[in-house]
Design a protein around this ligand. Structure first.
Ligand code: FPP
Length: 243
């Protein structure tokens, strides 16, 4: 299935971010503005997620990481946590075939610990297996993900390997993150006007450009993603050096 490229001409196709991260924030506020339960806001966020994927595909983005559940989100009310577990599982089941048709490879970043229900893990494995051969774009769901947890897990693996302290450097740590082949995000978009990282891709986003659209996640559409890319293309990236 080919996603039509209707992105504005003002986007420089030679400088499209290779990897975009999205913090899908504002679902709860979107729902309460409408007198609805917070969980309805998450459900409404599904359309935004699919549209963001289409917007990224249209421009040839290679990695899209979506923050779907953080290691801290277990602190939310038990009903909301239960909803989010079921929602993520059913979202994968509902959307995996169309994502597969679009050439999307689905992967996950996060801890597969005892708190994640077995049924969710099963759907995650099925989505990964189904789409493993795809190469158009990787959709990386950050699920039970925390940047600190990811670095902790990398350090644990390094220590367990018995490597000497002098051999530990940036490259070795990066090789022990959840996806050693994942390019660092060039752009991180957090919706809803909140200006925080909230433990998202802490290591990998060291030199990412951040864009904070005011729009609440359920209202986010591909045009908002393209606007963020236009803003990104106006930034000057220096990586600590001089331009
Ligand atoms: C960070 O804010 C935001 C997230 C971890 C995203 C959570 C996303 C959802 C719960 C909805 C997922 C939606 C879809 C469509 C799959 P935070 O609230 O964890 O951190 P904060 O307390 O610093 O704001």
């Amino acid at each position: 299935m080919v996603v039509p490229d209707t992105a504005p001409r003002v986007i420089d196709r030679t400088r499209v971010p290779v990897h975009i991260g999205c913090v899908m924030d504002g679902n709860g506020r979107w729902a309460s503005q409408r007198g609805l339960p917070r969980t309805d806001g998450h459900a409404a966020g599904e359309v935004a997620l699919v549209d963001a994927v289409d917007g990224a595909l249209a421009l040839g983005v290679k990695w899209l990481t979506l923050y779907a559940f953080s290691t801290e989100n277990w602190r939310r009310p038990v009903d909301e946590v239960r909803f989010l577990m079921n929602f993520n599982r059913s979202l994968l089941r509902r959307r995996r075939d169309e994502l597969n048709d679009k050439g999307v490879r689905i992967v996950f970043s996060g801890r597969r610990d005892w708190r994640v229900p077995r049924g969710v893990l099963r759907q995650m494995d099925e989505a990964m297996e189904l789409t493993a051969h795809n190469s158009t774009m990787v959709m990386n769901m950050a699920f039970n993900y925390g940047g600190r947890a990811e670095i902790t897990d990398a350090v644990r693996a390094i220590v367990a390997s018995g490597v000497s302290a002098a051999k530990v450097d940036d490259k070795l740590i990066a090789q022990h993150l959840y996806h050693p082949d994942m390019p660092d995000p060039d752009l991180v978009v957090r919706t809803s006007g909140e200006h925080r990282t909230s433990n998202f891709l802490l290591w990998e986003a060291a030199y990412a450009e951040y864009v904070f659209p005011e729009v609440l996640w359920p209202d986010f559409r591909k045009e908002d993603l393209w606007a963020a890319i236009i803003e990104y293309q106006q930034r000057q990236r220096r990586y600590g050096g001089l331009s």
